[in-house]
Design a binder for this molecule. Structure first.
Ligand SMILES: CC(C)(COP(=O)(O)OP(=O)(O)OC[C@H]1O[C@@H](n2cnc3c(N)ncnc32)[C@H](O)[C@@H]1OP(=O)(O)O)[C@@H](O)C(=O)NCCC(=O)NCCS
Length: 189
């Protein structure tokens, strides 16, 4: 499995490995209850953020034995969010499918940064890692994330009703996906 070549530069962002010194930026958004409402886990403490920054440092190697690649998203020298690429499919993580996810600081939302970073994740997954299908799972009430998937040209494949026990309640789950054969057309749009 090829590496994700880091850093990745987009028009406005740099996607890179976490590194020492990122802790304050990451704490600023990962500690906010509203930000983590739809992602696993509680708001993070400073200690948990320090662990996360240390543990998620990556050289970009992503393969079935090391299926998760989490990247810091930098805007003008500040880490404003993080994105996740997880080699995983309904049939396990054999490297042929990838789940993607995103979290951004509230003060930078509404500018298209998350869509810009997520589009790059899809490109990397399809073009560099050669995966067959990229997918995301979203609580449909998380309309901002739903719109990201739609902007990326992902199709809504499924709605699972009250199928996820999440933060103390049964929630719906939508699955959005794009296959590698659909990507060239979407990329050209
Ligand atoms: C999900 C999340 C990343 C979405 O943030 P977001 O700011 O809405 O997404 P983007 O950065 O892609 O910005 C898109 C918005 O910016 C607008 N925008 C402004 N300038 C833009 C530009 N130059 N380019 C593109 N879009 C632009 C778009 O119109 C869009 O607004 P709309 O959705 O009201 O139409 C954010 O809400 C978040 O971090 N939530 C918490 C974590 C979370 O829920 N993660 C997902 C779990 S499944």
């Amino acid at each position: 499995m090829p590496r994700v070549r880091l850093p990745i530069t987009t028009d406005r962002l740099v996607l890179r490995s976490f590194r020492p010194g990122d802790e304050a930026d990451v704490f600023a958004y990962r500690s906010v209850p509203d930000v983590v409402r739809y992602i696993p886990g509680e708001p993070k403490t400073r200690e948990q953020v320090a662990d996360m920054v240390a543990e998620r440092a990556t050289a970009g190697r992503v393969e079935p034995s090391q299926p998760i690649c989490m990247l810091a998203v930098e805007l003008d020298g500040r880490v404003v969010g993080d994105v996740l690429l997880h080699l995983d499919g309904l049939d396990g993580h054999d490297g042929r499918q990838a789940e993607i996810g995103w979290v951004f600081a509230p003060d930078v939302q509404g500018h298209g940064y998350a869509t810009e970073a997520a589009r790059e994740l899809v490109r990397v997954a399809v073009e560099d890692l050669g995966v067959h299908r990229v997918w995301a799972q979203i609580d449909p009430v998380n309309t901002a994330s739903t719109r990201i998937c739609e902007r990326l040209g992902m199709r809504r494949e499924a709605l699972f009703e009250r199928a996820s026990w999440f933060k103390g309640e049964w929630t719906d789950l939508t699955v959005y996906a794009i296959r590698a054969d659909e990507w060239p057309r979407v990329r050209a749009d």
